[in-house]
Design a protein around this ligand. Sequence first.
Ligand SMILES: *Cc1c(COP(=O)(O)O)cnc(C)c1O
Length: 877
Amino acid sequence: MTSVIDPKTIGKPVRQRRHIRTLTGYTPETDASGKEKWPRGDETVWKTNMRGVDADVGDITKSVVNHVQTSLARQAYNLDNLGAYQAAALSVRDNMLVNWNETQLHYTRKAPKRAYYLSLEFLMGRTLDNALLNLDLKSQYKDGINQLGFSLEDLLEEERDAALGNGGLGRLAACYLDSSASQDLPVWGYGLRYKYGIFQQLISPEGNQLEAPDPWLDNQNPWELPRIDVNYEVRFYGQSERLSEGHGRALWTGGQEVLAVAYDVMIPGCNTRNTNNLRLWESKPKRGFDLNSFNAGNYEGAVESSNSAAAITSVLYPNDHTTFGKELRLKQQYFWTAASLADIIRRFKNLGKSINEFPDYVAIQLNDTHPTLAIPELMRILIDEEDLDWNFAWQIVTNVFFFTNHTVLPEALEKWPVPLMEHILPRHMQIIYDIKAVSNTNTFAARIFLQAVEKKFPGDRERLARMSLIEEGFPKQVRMANLACIGSRRINGVAELHSKLVQTTILKDFVEFFGVSKFGNVTNGITPRRWLDQCNPELSKLISSTLKIDKSVWLKDLYKLKDLVKYAADKGFRAEWAAIKQRNKERLAHHIETTLGFTVNTNAMFDVQIKRLHEYKRQTLNILGVIHRYLELKALTPALRKKVNPKVVFFAGKAAPAFFKTIRLIVNVARVINADPETKDYLSLYFLPDYSVSLAEVLIPASDISQHISTAGTEASGTSNMKFCLNGGLLVGTVDGANIEIAEEVGEENVFFFGHLTPAVEDLRYQHMYHPVPVDEACPPLANVLNQISGGLFGDGGVYEPLVNTIRQGDYYLVTDDFDSYIRALAMVDEAYLDRDEWVKKSICTTANMGKFSSDRAIMDYAQEYWNLEPIPVGKD
Ligand SMILES: *Cc1c(COP(=O)(O)O)cnc(C)c1O
């Protein structure tokens, strides 16, 4: 039995032994006596605002050597890759800093309207490669690092991902930052500086997900600038005492005060000097160490308050861990929104404008409901601190915020128990009740929400209950989506279908109340800098040389790729295109070989599904399809098997506990089929642990086909579908999320669609519920697969009973209904792949038509249709 995983290596960063070396190539100047003079900060000057061809390799090596000696306090003859990486990063950072300072000065002088992107997650990945490319300094640094006796490729591998996010939502925020800077938009991100980002995933020999903390800050992080002087006090608990009748001011006192300290991360734009900022908050005790307790012999008491303050930003919560740490999560949300708003208001006040003008200078985007507390928090500031009238304050608030909804799954809609909210944020609970309240006085009547609803839809009690900010029950709960919806100027979904579903399902009442013009769509996008130029440099080069335009042009105007279509007829071009895909497959195989020790068959088709594990994303459908393929292969004669299109299936993704069993099944199926001598040349399967941005960057360019197979109507958009298609991978998917718009752009003939459509889903679920048909009757091939699992083909069948039973009973995500058509779609993929020429044409046409899915287009949509924001290019006026 070959083990699919080696617990010694899986999930751990594979680090070569520390190789201590001497910086070579750099020849120090010598003084009169022949003594070597290494550069030192005080005596050597080099340029730090270098860019592209202007950059001097000599300046680069000097700056790196300087950082080794001064910033790192290490000697030039005593350096490993990690040290060299850090010095190189600091040197690149110097270049960014010059631009960053200039950008902030320029924005301050021009005083434009600014937008702030509030996201609890920023899944940034690595920075060095991205910064070098955006600054157009990569080849110069490559040479410089080479001269110093190191390899840039090795140094890039030293960097840990900044994994301050779970998945798509956090990665979207990161893409939007890149696009804002690249499009010269004055946009800042605000988030939290978690000490531990998303957990590291390890897989045990049995196939269980194990979780280890992600110590991304263990080595010093060269990309952040601590701003000890930028800090705000944030209050929790205490009492809120109203100072006047009705909805006037209140005094919130007592409780716990915590300090929010800023860390800035520079966001360089591509081919522009504009360098924006991502400000991340860290929590700290306000008073630090309690010396009195300590002196009284109470050491634990002395550190207690400091520990509880630090705990606020200690971990990023994994998705779906709903019960765990609820109180802490609410504290995180408030801590972050309060610090961010205080910072935004301080910056606005520096303009010397009256507070009425706040919405003319500030737009705040709420990425999902996580930052919704910003709405009552801004009310609190305007009423309690700025002494504004309630109505006036509400008018300002509802012109500042914009809300992006990311899900229509009812269980994913955020709610907070009223008692918890009352305890932690007593003043905010009052304000939420004020927004909800039906006032006695007529002046309030028009503005106050439920009363206005009552007026528009008299007597419609159920509607009132649905739209209320408070859900009745034990305990009562605050509905964050409702609050975000009524407190925002506009609301958007993230793909055409999703935005329509939002308007016709979860927010239908609000559409009827406010009118449809308050609701819109901004289809998600991805940055082509990271997701093509950086992750697939060979393809990027081929595109530039074929189109005869510099990449800095097409990377910022992705519709230019359209001209590639005409080269699909060119045999030589197709050969180059296919050869690059092949080399990317070999690059992935090499990565797997060195990290996991498996030899992957690179002559096979690579079929990839990488995303968070979730029932609605239907990794189960995929693995059941793999088993089905395996059983079919087993039934063939050896001669017939030889005619089958060989395939390697890759999975990666982290899971919440509810979906651990799916990983376990994948790993155990892999163990069986990879070891089967009859079939292993035709089908193999790998679960790659610890999915991350960096792993995605290796997997995506290597994919021939990728799977985006959510039950119709459940995937809001998806963005990995865009990443694959941009890299010439084809897509097998359901008619869901952005798959639909991708097919509209690249042509339906280039997408393998299957499955029931959204309008059918509700009926099918009803059928499963009230007129269930056993799987044996509804779909015999699927029943056979399930029986093999239960029968123990992949180890103890009992382990998988809960998983298998979600399909046999209820089948909420309609695996049974879509199975046949899924298998047919995969057969069509096989058939298409056999005609390799046609396949490569499809691949080229797919990449060529992905212009719409640049996050530059998406961010400009937000700027124009939502924020009313203008580009403010640095150095152009
Ligand atoms: C793009 C991306 C995602 C989102 O993937 P979907 O398939 O759209 O859910 C999640 N995680 C990482 C690391 C990504 O790069």
